[in-house]
Design a protein around this ligand. Structure first.
Ligand code: BTN
Length: 267
């Protein structure tokens, strides 16, 4: 079976949401970055729930200023314009909520169980399958989500070749990007509803169930220094609570972690 390429008609026909995906959505064959486009539209007062998607990105952005590569029809590049009614200190929970949403959408669409690596990585057996980039330009919160659907390992840069995976490889079946995007809108709307109803702990507990981070020894940069400790818990605003060898507790509210593998290496 060949799946249709990402397109607005199929995506919108599959939607089951109240507001997410119900704006003047866009689907581009190529764009620089769906997050950039979404931020520009938000500045022009585009409606909350508007979704920008692309079949390829020429300047896709990841966290920490990294590039996010989106070859044509190899994945889902998705950004939503949101204006959630949330206290400022709860905004970081939107990234956790988006992680839960992707996990549910992937299971519903193709039966794949993804894991969440704090704070924004979507993984399977230690390999990266996607990522989340939340940005806060004026007038909106932009949630950008990139999910690998079909990659060709031979065409990947040497340094990431063995560190990534994709849904069709994991599912052993074709995955329709339109159905995935529509399922993502549904699960993301459900997660955002929970946050707006102040069910913060429900979102955190669900994130913990999907987590591949908690209980692991991790390495991170904290206060300019490298720390190593065990990831113990998630704080009320989404911080990662880490216990260092001497028992000292530190809370990481931003940044990136590496997880220690069985062979002692970190990834
Ligand atoms: C990461 O893991 O570093 C986050 C990757 C986020 C990539 C997505 S693809 C759609 C949206 N547009 C972008 O330019 N970035 C995000």
């Amino acid at each position: 079976m060949n799946c249709a390429v990402l397109n607005l008609a199929d995506f919108e026909a599959a939607l089951k949401t109240r507001y997410l995906g119900r704006g003047a959505n866009e689907c581009h064959e190529e764009i620089d970055s769906t997050n950039t486009r979404a931020a520009n539209l938000a500045a022009l007062d585009a409606a909350s729930g508007t979704v920008i998607m692309a079949r390829s990105q020429s300047a896709g952005r990841g966290r920490q200023g990294r590039q996010w590569v989106t070859p044509l029809d190899a994945g889902l590049a998705f950004s939503a314009i949101l204006r959630p009614n949330l206290p400022l200190n709860k905004l970081p929970l939107v990234t956790l909520a988006a992680g839960n949403a992707v996990c549910r959408a992937a299971t519903a669409t193709c039966g794949v169980k993804l894991g969440l690596k704090w704070v924004n990585d979507l993984t399977a057996q230690g390999k990266k399958v996607g990522g989340i980039l939340a940005e806060k330009p004026v007038k909106a919160l932009i949630i950008g989500i990139g999910i690998n659907i079909r990659l060709n390992r031979a065409e990947l840069p040497e340094e990431i070749k063995d560190r990534v995976d994709w849904l069709e490889n994991l599912a052993g079946m074709p995955v329709d990007a339109n159905l995935l995007a529509a399922a993502l809108c549904q699960s993301l709307e459900e997660e955002l509803d929970k946050l707006e109803e102040a069910q913060y702990q429900t979102v955190i507990e669900d994130w913990k169930k999907n987590s591949v981070t908690l209980g692991k020894t991790i390495k991170a940069t904290y206060g300019g220094a490298e720390i190593v400790g065990v990831a113990k818990d998630i704080g009320d605003s989404g911080a990662l609570i880490v216990e260092k060898a001497g028992g000292e507790i530190v809370e990481l509210s931003a940044g990136e972690i590496s997880i220690r593998m069985a062979d002692g290496s970190y990834c």
